[in-house]
Ligand binder design. Structure first.
Ligand SMILES: Cc1cc2nc3c(=O)[nH]c(=O)nc-3n(C[C@H](O)[C@H](O)[C@H](O)COP(=O)(O)OP(=O)(O)OC[C@H]3O[C@@H](n4cnc5c(N)ncnc54)[C@H](O)[C@@H]3O)c2cc1C
Length: 458
């Protein structure tokens, strides 16, 4: 880990030498930066080390795009890093000279700049309370008073608390894959070529907008099992719901029925289903926690796609461009299961089973882009795989992610919560479900900061 003594230089293990908790955060994407900012604000004695291999912090996967077409899918007014200071992002935008209203959808690149700037106030000062370290964490070992993190360069560091903010794990693509990952830059394509996009969610929307903006005039085919598009944002007035209104613990089927009725209630009052979704949103985490594993599995099988297209909406301007491309016949939505994609000549050939059909069909294109979303598992991260292997962590009952306690603590293989290791953001998704968007992560960050500060004070 750069900025830190390596083995042989001095003691490879260093520890806090001043009062106040020292938190080491693994991962400097949005979640890591939010966790750091909340802890530094909450406890004036706290010190934070943020470990990230990328050159810049705050960007992670979502905000490292430089494509001006890639917009936030949440209104600027809801993207403050601090839930108790909803103006914070808007004020930053104004200071940075960007025109913005609370209802607009800002470029993701600009949001990355905001996050990168968030910790700058703590960078100076003597002694510095915030330190950014460049490196990859490869292991964590718990001790009685904290945890030791080891790094790819052989160094190690002791902290009172370690926060895992490693985000979206990505499966390493097979060497011979014919699929182009959606996060990689698009190759140059002849104007008349065809492009196949696997997936019809928000990542597909990004890809289509990038292609259109690059002047691509060929045919774009987007395919998913149901061919469902994310819905678009419209003005909403969230229903005012209290905990007593929520059927916690009801089976998935009953929950879906309840949500549909709620949407009808909203429409009956002159609103839209969005008012129901947004009213329920503050309770999603508790609803998910109240479901037994069998019901969570049922939701993933039958409800997830439906939930995602209503919950994760696209900006109206993106929707308008997409609809125009569909009307022109340039963008074609297909329903079907892609069975395989092979290289063929200078392009690709995909075999798929159209929805409801008994037989298969083929599609040819210059390139096939994998926009099926984030499909990684903890085992795809060497760090998380190691924690699972040595019992420092365990998988959740469904085997989709880490098992995490209500307060964010990692649950060990023996079922006990760790007092020194926590998780935040998408790495804790199996336990909380809706912890991928900033309005949810910032609440998690505030709660974690409160806990670390309180526990340390003793
Ligand atoms: C394309 C996309 C668009 C989105 N748009 C929005 C939006 O408009 N509004 C919204 O609210 N939410 C949005 N989200 C959701 C949300 O903001 C992200 O889920 C959020 O950025 C998650 O951040 P993260 O830091 O947890 O994960 P990541 O962005 O994945 O970052 C994790 C970081 O951890 C580092 N890391 C991993 N392992 C290690 C290790 N062993 N040692 C050191 N570092 C490590 C990685 O290098 C990476 O930088 C979007 C998500 C995506 C993917």
């Amino acid at each position: 880990m750069k900025d830190h003594p390596g083995p042989g230089q001095s003691s490879p293990v260093t520890g806090p030498d001043r009062p106040g908790p020292h938190a080491l955060i693994v991962g400097g994407g949005a979640s890591g930066v939010l966790a750091a900012a909340h802890l530094l604000r909450r406890d004036p004695q706290a010190r934070v080390t943020l470990v990230e291999p990328r050159d810049r912090i705050g960007l992670g996967l979502a905000y490292s795009t430089s494509d001006e077409n890639h917009l936030l899918n949440v209104r600027a007014g809801n993207m403050s890093a601090l839930a108790d200071d909803p103006q914070h992002f808007l004020d930053w935008l104004a200071k940075a000279g960007h025109d913005a209203t609370p209802d607009c959808f800002v470029r993701r690149r600009i949001y990355g700049e905001y996050l990168a700037d968030l910790l700058s106030v703590w960078r100076g000062g003597h002694p510095a309370r915030f330190r950014r370290a460049h490196g990859i964490c490869t292991g964590l070992t718990e001790g009685p008073f904290g945890a030791v993190a080891t790094f790819a360069d052989g160094t190690a560091q002791l902290a009172d608390h370690v926060i895992l903010a490693t985000g979206h794990t990505q499966p390493r693509p097979a060497e011979d894959t014919a699929l182009q990952p959606a996060w990689d830059p698009l190759p140059r394509l002849p104007a008349e070529a065809s492009v196949l996009i696997l997936g019809t969610g928000l990542t597909m929307v990004d890809q289509v907008l990038s292609l259109l903006d690059a002047g691509f005039e060929g045919c774009i085919m987007a395919i998913s099992r149901r061919g469902l598009l994310p819905r678009a944002h419209r003005p909403t007035t969230p229903l005012r719901l209290g905990p007593q209104d929520i059927p916690f613990g009801a089976p998935t089927r009953a929950l879906c029925r309840w949500l549909r009725t709620l949407a009808q209630t909203a429409e009956g009052k002159g609103g839209t289903w969005r008012d129901a979704m947004d009213g329920v949103r503050p309770y999603v985490r508790r609803i998910w926690r109240s479901l037994p594993p069998v019901e969570r599995a049922r939701f993933l099988r039958h409800g997830q796609r439906w939930w995602d297209i209503h919950r994760h909406r696209m900006p109206p301007c993106s929707e308008a461009r997409l609809r125009a491309a569909m009307t022109d016949g340039q963008l074609i939505l297909l329903r079907g299961d892609v069975l395989r994609v092979d290289r063929s000549g200078t392009g690709i050939r995909a075999i798929y089973r159209p929805y409801g059909a008994g037989s298969t069909a083929a599609l040819s294109a210059a390139v096939a882009i994998d926009a099926r979303g984030l499909r990684g598992r903890p085992a795809d991260s060497p760090l998380l795989a190691g924690l699972l292997h040595d019992g420092t962590a365990r998988m959740d009952p469904l085997g989709i992610g880490l098992d995490i306690a209500d307060d964010g603590s990692l649950i060990r293989a023996d079922g006990t919560p760790s007092p020194h290791l926590s998780a935040i953001g998408p790495v804790s998704r199996a336990a909380f479900w809706e912890v991928t968007a900033i309005p949810d992560i910032r609440i998690q960050a505030a709660a974690l900061a409160e806990r670390i500060a309180t526990v340390h004070r003793g």
